[in-house]
Design a protein around this ligand. Sequence first.
Ligand code: ADP
Ligand code: MG
Length: 244
Amino acid sequence: MSTAIEIRQVSKQFENGVRALDNVSLTVAAGEVVCVVGPSGSGKSTLLRTVNRLETVTSGDVLLDGESIHQAGKRLNALRQQAGMVFQQFNLFPHLSVLDNIMLAPLRVQGREADEVRQQALALLERVGLGHRGASYPAQLSGGQQQRVAIARALAMQPKVMLFDEPTSALDPEMVGGVLDVMQDLARDGMTMIVVTHEMGFARAVADRVVFMEAGRIDHIDQPSGFFEPAAGSRLDAFLSEVL
Ligand code: ADP
Ligand code: MG
């Protein structure tokens, strides 16, 4: 299987001295789903943000499809578009309709043709279960619906990989399932994904591998079957017994 994302010995020290990542390496195959769990402050978001260079690295590098994103030069924008990102806060543009939210970047950033972009946006809205809401404005949607639009918006850029940073953490409990269903569907379709999440049921059911981060390092990585049967007394064991 080909490699989609290669995180190579990445360290990140912030200017305030905090060492958020300490020599993290992780290779994600095309079509693979990797879930990342761990306590608050363990470096999960920073790791995800180094993958599309929302965050610089102190040392190390990230390769997308074999190309360095931290040495990218003029290729940076093109490379960045290969990695779609979905955040805890959906950040839709409030003054734009759902359809226009999805079409904006493909039109303005990628310069694609309007008819094609519209057709794709409508298909994506169908796919996230909101085919009838294209003319709505974000404020008219529930949080779960807004997050599904945010996923459609990221997909509209036709990324090769998708990065999710706690996409359901800001949602009311009854909204979580719909968003996870969309993500599971995407995984089934073969999308390469890194998902930072507290949803252990999702990690168990959908992930090919699960990463446990602790203090800026990958403490443990395994397939779900092994991951959720940690060695007694390990840090992972302590973490899981708190969250499960
Ligand atoms: P997580 O997502 O696992 O909660 P983060 O990656 O957000 O962890 O943070 C890892 C560490 O880096 C934490 O100690 C956090 O306070 C620190 N950190 C994150 N972003 C910054 C920043 N921009 N400046 C300084 N420290 C930061
Ligand atoms: Mg975080």
